[in-house]
Design a protein around this ligand. Sequence first.
Ligand code: ZN
Length: 67
Amino acid sequence: MSWWALDSVLKEAAQYVEYYRVQEPVACPRCGQPLLNGPPSQQATRYCPWGHFRYPEDYDPETMAGM
Ligand SMILES: [Zn+2]
């Protein structure tokens, strides 16, 4: 493997990680319930119906990315 090929592999891996870092969570990390969308005034927010988790307040990409 050449240096150029290795460089390309590392960049692809970085993009892969970045892709999952920006994914919004779709399920509660504690109970697995699908998250509900926030009210019309806060459509960018999501929350667990049982109150475990709110996005983005409780979201930690270091541990939750890719869910
Ligand atoms: Zn929950």
